[in-house]
Design a protein around this ligand. Structure first.
Ligand code: AKB
Length: 316
């Protein structure tokens, strides 16, 4: 891939991952080479760092117009309705998640784009999947609308690769923890809220039970994984569905204990809500050996390193 000739469109650049990915892509390809887009106005994180356009990912004509006008060669499509919001408005979540992805895939086919990135999630797994070290290929029976849309999306990505040769690549993100942009309506959001509350109030009211283990990852690792996957030679990419990706697995009780090492007076209470039922259907940990084998994936942040970094950055 010749770095100087790439023109990248990021869809959902105002979101938690989209914003940081935009900055990382601008660092790699040059500011002008990366066109950020979102339904809403530009977020403060990316403002002034490069070109931006408003785009409704449900509007295929508008998306295609932008791709043609700017000579786009790759799309990173990050816009999605996450698990908790999706359970409140299932049909809206299905429509947004599927229509936007199909628009991207169709445009990639029609305009012969070089590469497409689209994230899947650990939410593809359901109660019948193995809880511990959940493998890449196993029983996949998602029970949230978000998980159903991600699993259907994986099959569509594979279909476009097999049938039309669209080089679409994907990662099943675990819960992503970051300090720059707030998360947008997921079940793993507690692991970000907890840091803000710890610093602001010295206590946190957790919406999951103390022993709910979920797969998680620090943003820095997630961004690096995404860039490494997209840089890997095509022959190394053995699945165009989505790769399992893993770094850390912890419970609310464990992250609270880690925070207490930095803020000794910190306290946590538990008041599980509807999100507990979602978390209960997901694996506690993920086996990502295929990502490690195919394109050398290796996480760098464990719970202690991530907690220290989060607190340092949030304190400013
Ligand atoms: C969510 O909680 O919905 C997301 C995810 C695991 O994909 N963070």
């Amino acid at each position: 891939m010749d770095i100087d000739t790439e023109k990248i469109l990021v869809i959902g650049a105002g979101g938690q991952i989209g914003g940081e990915l935009t900055l990382a892509l601008r660092k790699k390809y040059g500011n002008e080479q990366v066109l950020a887009s979102d339904l809403r106005e530009q977020s403060p994180l990316i403002e002034g760092t490069g070109p931006f356009t408003t785009l409704d990912a449900l509007n295929k004509e508008a998306m295609q117009e932008i791709v043609k006008e700017h000579g786009i060669t790759q799309i990173y499509h990050l816009a999605a309705v996450l698990s908790a919001v999706g359970e409140k408005q299932p049909l809206m979540a299905w429509n947004i998640n599927m229509t936007a992805l199909l628009n991207v895939l169709e445009i990639a086919r029609e305009e012969k784009l070089k590469r497409v990135y689209w994230p899947s999630s650990i939410a593809v797994f359901g109660p019948s999947s193995p809880k511990k070290d959940c493998p890449q290929t196993t029983i996949v029976e998602p029970s949230t609308v978000y998980g159903i849309s991600k699993y259907a999306g994986e099959s569509w990505c594979n279909y476009y690769f097999e049938k039309y040769g669209v080089d679409v690549r994907s990662l099943r993100y675990p819960g992503i923890i970051s300090y720059k942009t707030p998360p947008g309506g997921g079940t793993t959001d507690y692991a970000i809220d907890i840091f803000h509350s710890a610093l602001k109030a010295g206590s946190y009211n957790c919406f999951l039970k103390e022993d709910t283990y979920l797969p998680m990852m620090y943003m820095e690792d997630a961004i690096r994984a995404t860039l490494e996957l997209m840089d890997a030679p095509l022959e190394n990419i053995k699945t165009h569905r989505s790769y399992n990706l893993s770094a850390i697995s912890f419970s609310p009780e464990e992250i609270a204990a880690e925070i207490k090492k930095h803020i000794p007076d910190f306290t946590i209470q538990y008041q599980p809500d509807f999100r507990q039922a979602i978390a209960d259907t997901w694996p506690a940990s993920i086996d990502d050996s295929e990502a490690r084998q195919d394109w050398n994936w290796q996480p760098e942040f464990d719970l202690a390193k991530m907690t220290a970094d989060m607190l340092t950055n949030l304190k400013g």
